[in-house]
Write a protein that binds this ligand. Structure first.
Ligand code: FNR
Length: 382
């Protein structure tokens, strides 16, 4: 039964070949950062208020000038088209159906022009290419495609050490070892429903990390391991993008309050506090732990956070700690692998309903009433 977001993980585990499931579920090195993303929410206790007439409550939230039906969105994840047939567009449509933000990953397998057609309010997440000319070409392409919000992921200066990918046999491009074939043989529904049809359409999938060349093939030669140097990127690149990009600009992957202050100085409209789902620096603090300090310097920027959000109470806790909005990653990708757009919609509805119910249980009429007063702060009780 699929009753909570975590149920999609268990269902996906049965349906997907081990290397693919492992790639999505996994994290870097010891997995400590990823574990803490969920553990941090279990440390926080809530203090409800009663008898407050909550029949008119709403879980709508305004973010970057738009009103969304819930205070959470779909985080960028590059592998959606391997998890579900037409996965990027299926997730984009589910986001549009639910009126929540959907962020297309810069390393997705589907051309951005097709995705924005499926969801005209989609945001685009970019991994910056190395050279200025390619950065300019990328921004031009994103603008011409019609995206209004650009997310720059800043926590990937260096590729992370994800040993579990090696152990699980995941590589890009996928290498067909005998073990991989055995794994695939155990998952006929995925092989015939997604993989074979994707192969027929677009060949062996590589992750396209550069959208710089207009009309670049879906099957790109820019595999993850050689997608261009990133370790030279600095705040001058943010200035360049700010200069080139007329829409909303969001920096993702920040954790230090100092960086949040810099993002504001450099003209960003928002930041997403994130340790990349524990997939970059192991032992990086959970985004939620960075919220209080970030709030002090964020000013009027939108302050967003992701990592480990699985329950309505997690969403509300993050908002109470200072976030304006949150993003959800893995569970929605697992949902896509179960039943595409429909399953993603169901998963979104589960979380949305939890938020709505929790507001009622807390005695609140809307998200604007969520503040620190609902958090238990008495040392001996919490
Ligand atoms: C990601 N994430 C990610 N982030 C990003 O900025 N660009 C990307 O292409 C990807 N790709 C990606 C693939 C997969 C399989 C996963 C699981 C994650 C990170 C993602 O946007 C987000 O920060 C985390 O997934 C949030 O944590 P949870 O909700 O998965 O715990």
């Amino acid at each position: 039964m699929l009753l909570t977001l975590n149920d999609y993980r268990s269902a996906a585990r049965k349906r997907l070949p081990r290397p693919l499931y492992g790639y999505v579920a996994g994290a870097s090195e010891t997995g400590a950062a990823e574990e803490d993303n969920e553990a941090v929410f279990r440390e926080i206790r809530l203090v409800p208020k009663v008898l407050r007439g909550v029949e008119g409550r709403t879980s709508q939230q305004t973010l970057l000038g738009q009103t969304w039906s819930a205070p959470f969105g779909i985080a960028p994840m590059g592998i959606a088209a391997l998890m579900a047939l037409d996965g990027d567009r299926e997730m984009a449509r589910a986001g549009a159906d639910a009126t929540i933000p959907y962020v297309l990953s810069g390393s997705s397998l589907t051309p951005m022009e097709q995705v924005i057609e499926a969801n005209p309010e989609a945001w685009f997440q970019a991994y910056l290419p190395g050279e200025v000319a390619r950065i300019e070409a990328l921004i031009t392409r994103v603008r011409l495609a019609g995206f209004k919000t650009l997310v720059l992921t800043a926590d990937t200066a260096v590729l992370a050490n994800r040993e579990n990918n090696v152990r699980a046999g995941f590589s890009t491009p996928l290498r067909m070892t005998p073990r991989m074939l055995l794994d695939f043989g155990r998952c006929p529904r995925w092989v015939f429903g997604c993989f074979a049809r994707t192969l027929l359409r677009s060949g062996v999938p590589h992750f396209e990390n550069s959208y710089a060349e207009r009309g670049a093939p879906i099957v790109s030669k820019n595999a993850v391991r050689d997608f261009g140097r990133k370790d030279h990127l600095n705040w001058e690149h943010v200035d360049l993008i700010r200069h080139l990009w007329p829409g909303k600009l969001v920096l993702k992957g920040l954790l230090a309050a100092q960086d949040v202050a810099l993002a504001r100085e450099h003209g960003c409209d928002g930041v997403i506090l994130s340790n990349h789902g524990g997939r970059q620096l192991d032992f990086a603090i959970a985004g939620v732990r960075a919220l209080a300090d970030a709030r002090k310097v964020a000013g009027d920027m939108a302050l967003m956070v992701d990592g480990g959000i699985r329950r309505g109470t997690d969403v509300i806790k993050a908002l109470a700690m200072g976030a304006d909005f949150v993003f959800v990653g893995r569970p929605l990708l697992f949902a896509a692998s179960i039943g595409g757009r429909q399953s993603v919609t169901e998963a979104i509805n589960i979380l949305r309903l939890e938020v709505h119910r929790d507001l009622g249980l807390l005695g609140l009429n809307g998200l604007e009433e969520v503040d620190k007063s609902i958090l238990c702060t008495t040392a001996e009780h919490c």
